[in-house]
Design a protein around this ligand. Structure first.
Ligand SMILES: Cc1cc2nc3c(=O)[nH]c(=O)nc-3n(C[C@H](O)[C@H](O)[C@H](O)COP(=O)(O)OP(=O)(O)OC[C@H]3O[C@@H](n4cnc5c(N)ncnc54)[C@H](O)[C@@H]3O)c2cc1C
Length: 289
């Protein structure tokens, strides 16, 4: 059995390493000033795919829609076990909301040749909506399993997954092909392999090649398995009115920069009365009942 698995990966700003210049004056994120990383839960999805490959045999394709710089995220996936990488990049897809993003990804998955499994992270740490996986499943007409922590069984036709719930879990069975969204509790993503890093650091998307890359240069990269496929909206036969701003009904009404501040400390007398007053206060505030 060789399963075809597509893992959707998003390049995101590293929100854990925000510096003073991370925000613009208008309160929006200054993406160019932030280090870019692979969205953390997408690495969990990739790890799940690579574990399936190791146990059952599979070809793992990493797919990202973004600016040319998103090719960095795809190389990271190649270092961690992906076999193929596809970058969908086109200025006409900029300013896409989740509806337009999932449309573009659905066209790319179809062009890649519908997979047995499409894996997404549960949620991106910047957009934070967790809408892409479910929207993509709808557009591809696939059954969806969200919040997946574990694939318990899989063969060429069906799978059984453990899905996390608030305070518990459920086990679901269903047919393939299917789309899964994967949580951070699923696994510990492996670090990049030194051997793969040495090999794939030379992998390039055409948009990264210096000057106009010649046909021969691209053919050479492909022959060595080092070409990151690059598709635009025409390559995936996307309806341009459904892409970018024109395909995005969401409008950002207001952006607010929230500054979290601690309210300072309070000292409690180490006595029966002091502790009694503290318990009463916490109870009044419903911090505990
Ligand atoms: C009006 C509007 C304009 C916007 N304009 C821009 C813009 O110009 N540039 C921009 O970068 N963002 C823009 N965004 C944000 C953009 O809509 C979201 O980042 C994107 O749709 C993904 O949503 P999310 O981050 O909430 O992902 P989630 O739904 O939280 O992501 C879940 C999973 O889906 C997959 N996924 C998500 N996005 C991608 C992707 N691009 N490629 C591959 N897999 C993916 C990943 O597996 C991810 O873990 C805009 C949003 C709005 C509302």
């Amino acid at each position: 059995m060789t399963l075809e698995i597509i893992v959707c990966v998003k390049q995101v700003p590293d929100t854990e390493n925000l510096s003073g210049e991370a925000m613009k004056e208008d309160g929006t994120v200054n993406r160019s000033a932030l280090p870019a990383i692979v969205n953390p839960e997408d690495l969990n999805a990739l790890e799940m795919a690579v574990q399936i490959k190791e146990a059952h045999g599979a070809r793992v394709t990493a797919l990202s829609m973004g600016p040319p710089r998103a090719a960095e995220a795809l190389r990271e996936c190649l270092y961690r076990g992906a076999d193929r990488a596809i970058l969908v990049t086109d200025r006409r897809t900029a300013a896409s909301d989740t509806l337009a993003t999932s449309y573009v990804l659905s066209r790319a998955v179809r062009k890649a040749g519908l997979a047995d499994l499409v894996l997404c992270g549960r949620q991106a740490i910047d957009g934070d909506t967790a809408q892409i996986g479910p929207q993509l499943a709808e557009k591809l007409g696939l059954p969806q399993f969200t919040y997946v922590e574990e694939i318990r069984k899989i063969d060429g036709h069906s799978l059984e997954v453990k899905r996390s719930l608030d305070g518990g879990y459920e086990v679901l069975r269903g047919p393939l092909p299917a789309l899964l969204t994967v949580t951070s509790s699923a696994n510990q993503p492996r670090p990049p392999s030194a051997k793969r890093l040495m090999r794939y650091k030379k992998a390039l998307a055409p948009c990264e090649c210096p000057g106009e890359a010649s046909e021969d240069a691209l053919l050479g990269l492909r022959a060595r398995g080092l070409l990151i496929d690059q598709w635009d909206a025409d390559d995936i036969e996307a309806d341009i009115s459904a892409c970018g701003g024109s395909g995005s009904p969401t409008r950002v009404k207001k952006i607010e920069s929230v500054k979290l501040q601690s309210e300072g400390q309070k000292q409690v007398e180490p006595s029966r009365e002091g502790l009694g007053a503290l318990v009463e206060e916490l109870s009044k505030e419903h911090i505990f009942d």
